[in-house]
Design a protein around this ligand. Structure first.
Ligand code: ZN
Ligand code: FE
Length: 250
């Protein structure tokens, strides 16, 4: 399976998955760049995978369905009624296939109450919307810190080499914050330097990997002694909530 990263809106990424002559798209913010890519690559769109209901993740559903009326629209069971054109309602642990590739559904609420991720175990690709970002995580619009810790822990449990395709190019700003809370983390400092260079030359910083995020993303590092000291707590949810709160004000 080949993953094409399509920039959209100001800082979104849409992912077009190519397998043989078929394609699926993850979180189409806008139909236009997807339709252009499908035409250029001579692909038929068979599925839309939405991670959550926000407009910058479902805004292209209707336009794509006009061109490909038979495409299936996969989204969370908990988002029924707020996903344009939804045909399939998914819950935790559901499995299905896209072009013979097995796909596993992770239920990861916190950013929104119905948020899901799509995990492809054979190729080691994770599409996690706005839950985990490179160097950060989504804001808690419809969930609690405890829910988000549970959701992020599910992602931390995936193999370290898993490719993480998150839906926004927020990495530089996330790491600018990260170095303020964990200044002594060498791997983080090195990543910050590398990402500054990448962004200066206009390169994308997505995908990242689970291993890199565990080593450098303070929103996953509630076990870090320095973050526990900073938050004055040994409790995962309290440490996470403290760091998330600092990021909200950054
Ligand atoms: Zn969102
Ligand atoms: Fe978003």
């Amino acid at each position: 399976m080949q993953v094409h990263r399509l920039p959209a809106l100001s800082d979104n990424y849409i992912f077009l998955l190519e397998e043989g002559k078929q394609a699926a798209v993850v979180d189409p913010a806008d139909a236009t760049p997807v339709l252009e890519a499908l035409k250029r690559l001579h692909l038929e769109l068979v599925a839309i995978f939405n991670t959550h209901h926000h407009a910058d993740h479902v805004g292209g559903n209707r336009g794509l369905l006009e061109a490909f009326p038979n495409a299936a629209v996969y989204a969370s069971r908990a988002d029924q009624g707020r996903i344009p054109g939804q045909t399939i309602a998914l819950k935790a642990g559901d499995r299905f296939t896209f072009a013979h590739q097995p796909v596993e559904v992770l239920f990861i609420p916190g950013h929104t109450s119905g948020h899901i991720a799509y995990y492809f175990p054979q190729s080691g690709n994770l599409f996690c919307g706005d839950t985990l970002f490179a160097g950060g995580c989504g804001r808690l619009f419809e969930g609690t810190p405890a829910q988000m810790v549970d959701s992020l822990q599910q992602l931390k449990n995936l193999p370290a080499e898993t490719q993480v395709w998150c839906a926004h190019e927020y990495t530089l700003n996330n790491l600018r914050f990260a170095v303020t809370v964990e200044p002594e983390n060498r791997a983080l400092q090195e990543r910050y330097t590398a990402v500054q260079a990448s962004r200066q030359s206009g390169e994308a910083t997505v995908p990242t990997t689970i291993g890199v995020e565990i080593a450098t993303n303070p929103l996953l590092r509630w076990d870090s002694p320095s973050l526990r000291t900073l938050a004055k707590s040994q409790d995962a949810v309290k440490v996470f909530a403290y760091v998330r709160g600092l990021k909200d004000k950054f």
